[in-house]
Design a protein around this ligand. Structure first.
Ligand SMILES: [Mn+2]
Length: 433
């Protein structure tokens, strides 16, 4: 790691000390290797909050940050034998030289040294509830520190997740650049796959094409398990079996994004396997598109982050009325949330290091208001299940359109605009390949 990127993380830690009480410590641990089965592990993925504050990409580390911005970092010592099996480790010297920590210690000494460091402090902030075994270890070590300073007040343990969540809401310039790249790779992958799908391909075939596109464009992993849903499988929101054949005349809903530089993209497109929407599919599609466009316009500095939700409910309700699916008055549809029969998820979520970025939607009881460089997905959908009270010809249609939207000074920027989402544009993409 270069010094300049170490400084990015150092600056974040310094900014964060503004939220720490006098005489306090923030303590946060890295992710661990996770067993998949027997003795094989999933690929290591660093804890997003830990990465946000350190840029350090190894397991078995703990960061201590005091309110003056001084850092003590615990990590694994360099081990040439282990490196022969698992690859490069920074080690204690490497962490000290390359990551701008003030002090670096051996993780094996955490239990001995941590109580010494924090004894007599007022407060320990930690991400309580994210990792139960670390929570338990930390409580034990805080108790040990308390027993060393019997004439002082006990240390308060406070949850830090809302503070760091609020910080992560507004992305720094370097984060926006990585997000743009992640969105670009995902968008170009969607575009390439959609222009190449053909009748006869299965969900599995199409999933493989996406994963290949992500990889050849520089992203090793999707940011979540892709959803590749043919026909009525689209009505199952978290469908990830992706193993069914697709009939001529079916729609395919693909919700797939990639991870680049630790940042997630998240895109959904719904296209006809044969390159042409039926009139029913098109009618529903255009309602979802209208809701999508209206919701994007509501991503505006100063607006409540719930505004896109409200706007999408109104547009979809009107559309469901126009299609004849709902017959009640608009007031009744909205008040009783009757649209939820067809639109049964929320408009979107914060996006960043996590695909569902771990950031708040309300703070102290008030909705978060959009600020520049907040990024939210906008993803309205309409799903017509077998049990829906509509004519047979509509059943099994499931449509969602999802883009990644950044709040800007001028309004909003669609970071995933490179893959078309207008129905006619999708048809020309599929037929002019
Ligand atoms: Mn999403």
């Amino acid at each position: 790691m270069t010094n300049s990127s170490a400084n990015i993380y150092k600056k974040r830690r310094e900014n964060l000390t503004n939220f720490l009480e006098e005489g306090s410590y923030l303590i946060i641990n890295s992710a661990s290797n996770v067993i998949r089965n027997n003795d094989t592990t999933f690929p290591f993925r660093q804890n997003s909050n830990f990465f946000y504050l350190t840029g350090f990409n190894e397991p078995e580390c703990v960061l201590l940050l005091n309110n003056n911005g001084k850092t003590t970092f615990f990590c694994r010592p360099k081990n040439p034998d282990l490196e022969k099996w698992d690859g490069f480790m920074h080690g204690i010297e490497g962490a000290k030289e390359n990551f701008a920590f003030d002090n670096v210690l051996n993780i094996e000494e955490l239990e001995k040294l941590l109580p010494e460091i924090i004894k007599g402090c007022s407060t320990v902030y930690s991400l309580i509830g994210k990792d139960q075994s670390f929570d338990e270890k930390l409580i034990t070590l805080i108790n040990r520190a308390n027993s060393m300073e019997r004439h002082q007040a006990n240390i308060d343990l406070k949850n830090f997740s809302n503070i760091i969540g609020k910080m992560r809401l507004t992305k720094y310039e370097d984060e926006i650049n990585l997000m743009k790249k992640s969105c670009h790779i995902a968008a170009m992958s969607h575009k390439e796959v959609i222009s190449n799908v053909k009748v006869g391909m299965s969900e599995f075939d199409i999933e493989s094409m996406y994963l290949n596109q992500f990889r050849i464009r520089g992203s090793r992993y999707p940011s979540y398990t892709p959803i590749v849903a043919g026909g009525k499988n689209a009505c199952i929101l978290h469908y990830i079996d992706n193993n069914q054949s697709i009939e001529d005349g079916d729609l395919v809903l693909v919700d797939a994004g990639c991870e680049y530089g630790m940042y997630a993209s998240d895109i959904t497109r719904t296209f006809p396997i044969n390159g042409k929407y039926s009139s029913e599919q098109r009618a529903v599609y255009d309602v979802v598109l209208e809701a999508h466009n209206a919701a994007c316009n509501a991503v505006k500095i100063g607006n409540s982050c719930m505004e896109p939700q409200n706007v999408s409910e109104t547009v979809i309700s009107q559309g469901l009325k126009d299609l004849g699916f709902l017959t009640q008055s608009m007031d009744e549809i909205l008040e009783k949330q009757l649209f939820r029969e067809f639109y049964y998820h929320k408009i979107g979520h914060w996006l960043g290091l996590d695909v569902h970025d771990d950031c708040p939607y309300s703070v102290n009881g008030s909705d978060v208001k959009f600020e520049e460089n907040m990024v939210m997905t906008i993803e309205p959908g309409i799903y017509i299940n077998d049990t829906a009270p509509v004519e047979e010809k509509w059943k099994g249609i499931g449509i969602r359109i999802e883009n990644d939207i950044r709040a800007t000074k001028k309004g909003f920027e669609n970071l995933t605009h490179e893959v078309p989402y207008d129905a006619s544009e999708i048809e020309s993409l599929m037929n002019n390949a």
